[in-house]
Design a protein around this ligand. Structure first.
Ligand SMILES: N=c1c2ncn([C@@H]3O[C@H](COP(=O)(O)OP(=O)(O)OP(=O)(O)O)[C@@H](O)[C@H]3O)c2ncn1[C@@H]1O[C@H](COP(=O)(O)O)[C@@H](O)[C@H]1O
Length: 109
């Protein structure tokens, strides 16, 4: 998973300097933090609603929840990028809580 996060990170960094008319991510940065936060909030709400539908739902509802969660993660990554942070700090924080240092995680398995 962290490989796809690394690759997405590289694309997101590149898009920070792209023309807003050519890229959704560049357009979000251009509109600013408030627009990005609006999208994070919107995607969080859509994820909650999808989770309610997925409870006791079928494959379609479960897949919809996966898609909404991906939208939420994606917009959260754009938010971090806008504030000069990225997924690595989040993974390091999760690793710290798990009792391993982010960089030593593989070695300790
Ligand atoms: N992973 C994503 C991704 N997930 C979701 N989205 C976009 O997020 C938006 C989801 O918001 P909504 O469902 O609310 O759609 P919307 O109503 O059109 O959005 P708004 O008009 O409200 O902003 C859609 O426009 C999706 O296309 C994404 N856009 C881009 N990526 C990745 O980011 C990379 C760079 O994208 P560009 O900046 O477009 O080149 C791409 O290669 C992808 O890998």
């Amino acid at each position: 998973m962290s490989d796809i996060l690394e690759r997405l990170h590289d694309v997101l960094e590149e898009r920070r300097h792209a023309a807003p008319e050519d890229s959704y991510v560049a357009a979000l940065h251009h509109k600013g933090l408030n627009k990005i936060l609006e999208k994070v909030g919107e995607e969080a709400t859509e994820t909650l609603l999808a989770a309610k539908d997925a409870e006791g739902g079928g494959d379609e509802q479960r897949q919809a929840l996966v898609a909404e969660t991906a939208d939420l993660w994606f917009h959260s990554l754009v938010m971090l990028s806008h504030l000069d942070l990225d997924h690595r700090q989040v993974l390091d924080e999760l690793a710290r809580r798990f009792g391993v240092s982010g960089h030593d995680e593989k070695a300790s398995r």
